[in-house]
Every structure is written in structure tokens, then in C-alpha cells.
Ligand binder design. Structure first.
Ligand SMILES: Cc1cc2nc3c(=O)[nH]c(=O)nc-3n(C[C@H](O)[C@H](O)[C@H](O)COP(=O)(O)O)c2cc1C
Ligand code: SF4
Ligand code: SF4
Length: 452
């Protein structure tokens, strides 16, 4: 059976499933309960300096039937007394010596960093995570994302920490930057042992339509929060990929965070180079029990593929993520409708006619639409909107013998350079005449509006 144990930059854990620094790791009680449920590690709710929290503090994007598709908070670092946290950390690390109990820290001056590092090491922490991510409150005091957005300051502080620490150091990055390589490289240049990302995305989740205050509302006012949960997973995967592919960063272990909820999410993060994962929103939504599905799913995936450890497949997707200019312009996909599955809802027709390339024709008889192959550009939209699983599939129709990229065309001086250039992609592709939008409105089902 697959061995899920990890050695992450010297921090050992029975599995790669760790709780991210957040409310689920606010106390020794919660962390012991989580370890008992099966989590392999936990990054303690950030410790630092005295703070005061506001009420209320969370907001959410509920989308369709999915509650908390995105989650937002304006909470600060731990507001509990440091002594209480340290006493409980000591108890947890004694009771669970083989778990990755990591202290997340955020302080200001070099002396404060030195002092708090000494205290968490004394409490038995297996590693330290530097919180350079909070995009609210703490950044207004020059910490959190204020550091994550300033590679020079970040490098200096990681340097202080590396001088003071005797246990592995993970630098947690903020996604609120335009180029994640800059802070990532600064952390590596300062000799961080590992990187984790992402912290929350600066956001406003909505406005109360009666009071005109942003959520979460605090006495009639609000502020930007930090966004997380399933909605941010694509951002996290992209930033993880950027770091894991970079020549000077790729040797540094990365803990993946952002929207992880299922074993599939875990596998995707590992395929893009993470060797541990951290979870916050999903644990807040569903509780610690979700780790059981993650564990069973990851083991089944690894057994099915013949992987013994997660290091056997960590980063395996990276060679397939390239720049747009290296994609094969000759690869040709067409949509195909499975008539046995189609329920005739017309959703694909509406999407393609209004939002894509007028490549779906409604039937003159019956309810099954059909694809007009010569109009279909293989954009995927119909297969994405179709409510029936695998009813519209995307089929490759070229024979794979031709391969040319934009980069190759550029080097060969063969890219289109005028609008009328015969080599331009959309030239000659059918589009209806504008006036056709206004006539035959009632004839949709006859298919007359579609080119035959
Ligand atoms: C309510 C809340 C409080 C958080 N507090 C912290 C914190 O104290 N320190 C920290 O590094 N990250 C904090 N985070 C960010 C999480 O650790 C994590 O990076 C982020 O939520 C993305 O993961 P997720 O999509 O699984 O929630 C917090 C997140 C939430 C929702
Ligand atoms: S793949 Fe795109 S262009 Fe082709 S039928 Fe579907 S929506 Fe239309
Ligand atoms: S969206 Fe899917 S189910 Fe609905 S008509 Fe199109 S192919 Fe059929």
C-alpha cells in the first residue's frame, strides 16, 4: 500500500494533509482533535503581538447550490495570550511527537522575531511558518502582506529568521502580487528551507443592498477581506506552478494551499510540485472528518498508478504546463453530442449562438441539436455548460501529423501581420450577417438561422 509519510524540508509527518494556520488551529484542543481524526500536521494560528478582533468577521460567496464557494475573512492573527498558546503547543508536541506541529509567526522587529522563535522552539514546534500574507489589518501595521509584497523587506526578515531559527523555516507567500517569482526568489535567496502558498486574496465579497456596507459588516462599515476556499484554487495552482518551474526555486519544498477540499485537489497540487498541502476553508465548512476522504482517495490514486510515495509523482504535471506560444496551432477539436444522453435542453445551443461561434443547430424535428462542424472552433463552451455529464465530448479531428507553434511561426517570419492576411486565424470563418440577429427570431427551433 502507498506510504503517505513525508519529510518536508526536514519536518516529518505521517501524511501530507496539514491544517493551514487559521481558526481550525486556534487551540491545542482543536489540533489534538484534528490529529486524532487523521491530519498529519497543523500550522498553529499565527502568533505574534496582541490584537483585537472585530465582530462580525467572515463573508462568503454562495454560488448556486454551493455554499462557501468563496470565503472571506477580516480576522487578525491569534488574539489569545501567547503563554496559553505556548503551553498548549507544548502539550500537543509531547502527545503527538511525530506530527508536523508548526508555529506560524508574525512580528515586527528583529528582536521580536528572535524572541518569539526561541519561545516556539522551546514549546516543541517542528517548524516555523512566516505569515507574510494577511491582506487586512496587519498589513496596515507594516506586517503580513505589506512584507509579502515587498521582496526587499521579505528577504531581510527571512534572513533574520534564518539566523535565529534552529528548526526548519517555511516562508508563506501572499498572492496579492503581480509576479509571485519576486517574493519567492527573495525567500530562496535568504535561504528559507521551504515555501508555502497561497495566503488569502484581497477582496470584497459583496455589498449589503439595504445598508450599502461591504460584507462582513462591522457597525455599518466594512473593509477588504482575504478570499479563500474553492474559488481561489486556480490562482493557487498557477502560482505554485510558477514557483515549481523556476530554475532557482524548484529545489525548495513547497506546501500547497488554496481551495483544497477533496483528494483530487490534493493530487493536483502534488502534480504541480507541492509535497505537503494545507487546508483551512474546507475544514471550517465540513470539519476535520474530510481528511478521511482525502486519505482514502490519495491512497487509491497512488495504488492505481503504482506510486509508492508522493515523491514518485510530485511535479509530474510540470513538463506539460508551457507558455501559450509553444502550443500546437494545428491541433483541432470539435464538439460531439451523444444523442443517447442528450435531454434536449438547448443550453448548448444558446451558449454557442450567443457566446461562441454559432456552431450548434437546433433540430427541425425532435429535440436533439447538432454540431455544424465547419463552424465549431473547439472552444469547449458547450461541453462545459451541458448539464448532462459526458453528453458533449470534445474530439480531436486532426491526425496529429502537423505541429506548428506561434513561436516557430515567429522565428520563420510566417505570422500573420495584416488583418487581411490569409494566415490569420479567423479569416474566412463563417459568422452570420448582423441583421440575421433581428430576423427569424421565432424560427429558432427550425434551425433556419443556422448555416446549413
Ligand atoms: C478566518 C481565517 C483566518 C485566517 N488566519 C490566518 C492566520 O492567522 N495566519 C495565516 O498564515 N493564514 C491565515 N489564514 C489563511 C489560511 O491559512 C489559508 O492560507 C487560506 O485560507 C487559503 O486556504 P483555504 O482556501 O484552504 O482556506 C486565514 C484564513 C481564514 C479563512
Ligand atoms: S465547442 Fe464551442 S464552437 Fe464548438 S459547438 Fe461547442 S460552443 Fe460551439
Ligand atoms: S446542453 Fe447537452 S443535454 Fe442540453 S441540448 Fe445540448 S447536448 Fe443536449
Amino acid at each position: 500500500m502507498a506510504d503517505l509519510s513525508v519529510n518536508f524540508a526536514g519536518i516529518k509527518a505521517p501524511n501530507p494533509f496539514w491544517l493551514a494556520s487559521a481558526p481550525p488551529t486556534n487551540s491545542g484542543y482543536q489540533i489534538m482533535k484534528a490529529y486524532d481524526a487523521g491530519w498529519g500536521g497543523a500550522v498553529w494560528k499565527t502568533l505574534g503581538m496582541p490584537t483585537i478582533n472585530v465582530s462580525s468577521r467572515y463573508g462568503a460567496t454562495n454560488y448556486g447550490s454551493k455554499r462557501m464557494a468563496g470565503f472571506s475573512n477580516i480576522e487578525l492573527i491569534s488574539d489569545r495570550p501567547l503563554e496559553d498558546n505556548l503551553r498548549e503547543m507544548r502539550e500537543v508536541t509531547k502527545r503527538f511527537p511525530n506530527h508536523a506541529t508548526i508555529a506560524s509567526l508574525m512580528v515586527d522587529t528583529q528582536a521580536e522575531w528572535r524572541d518569539i522563535i526561541m519561545q516556539v522552539e522551546d514549546a516543541g514546534a517542528k517548524g516555523i511558518e512566516l505569515n507574510f500574507g494577511c491582506p487586512h489589518g496587519m498589513c496596515e501595521r507594516g506586517m503580513g502582506s505589506a512584507v509579502g509584497q515587498d521582496p526587499v523587506a521579505l528577504k531581510a526578515i527571512v534572513g533574520w529568521v534564518m539566523d535565529a531559527a534552529n528548526i526548519p523555516v517555511i516562508t508563506k507567500l501572499s498572492p496579492n502580487v503581480s509576479h509571485i517569482i519576486d517574493p519567492g526568489l527573495a525567500a530562496v535567496e535568504a535561504n528559507t528551507d521551504a515555501i508555502s502558498l497561497i495566503n488569502t486574496v484581497k477582496s470584497i465579497v459583496g455589498i449589503d443592498l439595504d445598508t450599502y456596507a461591504p460584507y462582513p459588516v462591522v457597525d455599518g462599515k466594512g473593509t477588504n477581506g482575504g478570499y479563500c476556499g474553492p474559488a481561489v484554487k486556480p490562482i493557487a495552482l498557477h502560482m505554485l506552478k510558477d514557483l515549481a518551474q523556476h530554475q532557482l526555486i524548484k529545489g525548495t519544498p513547497i506546501s500547497g494551499i488554496g481551495g483544497i477540499e477533496t483528494w483530487r485537489d490534493v493530487v493536483e497540487f502534488i502534480l504541480l510540485g507541492a509535497t505537503s498541502v494545507q487546508v483551512c476553508t474546507a475544514a471550517m465548512h465540513y470539519g476535520f472528518g474530510i481528511v478521511r476522504e482525502m486519505e482514502a482517495g490519495l491512497i487509491k490514486f497512488m495504488d492505481d498508478k503504482g506510486y509508492k510515495t508522493i515523491y514518485d509523482f510530485a511535479g509530474k504535471a510540470l513538463p506539460n504546463v508551457t507558455e501559450w506560444k509553444h502550443l500546437n496551432l494545428k491541433s483541432d477539436m470539435k464538439a460531439k453530442i451523444n444523442e443517447d444522453k442528450c435531454i434536449g435542453c438547448d443550453v448548448c445551443y444558446i451558449a454557442c449562438d450567443d457566446g461562441a461561434h454559432q456552431a450548434i443547430k437546433l433540430p427541425t424535428e425532435g429535440r436533439i441539436p447538432s454540431i455544424i462542424e465547419e463552424n465549431c472552433v473547439g472552444c469547449n463552451l458547450c461541453s462545459i455548460v451541458c448539464p448532462v455529464e459526458n453528453c458533449i465530448t470534445m474530439e480531436r479531428v486532426d491526425d496529429g501529423s502537423e505541429h506548428v507553434t506561434w513561436d516557430e511561426l515567429t522565428l520563420a517570419d510566417k505570422i500573420p501581420n495584416t488583418w487581411n492576411d490569409d494566415r490569420a486565424g479567423g479569416k474566412g470563418h463563417y459568422v452570420p450577417e448582423p441583421m440575421e440577429a433581428l430576423v427569424n427570431k421565432r424560427k429558432d427551433r427550425s434551425g433556419e438561422r443556422n448555416k446549413q
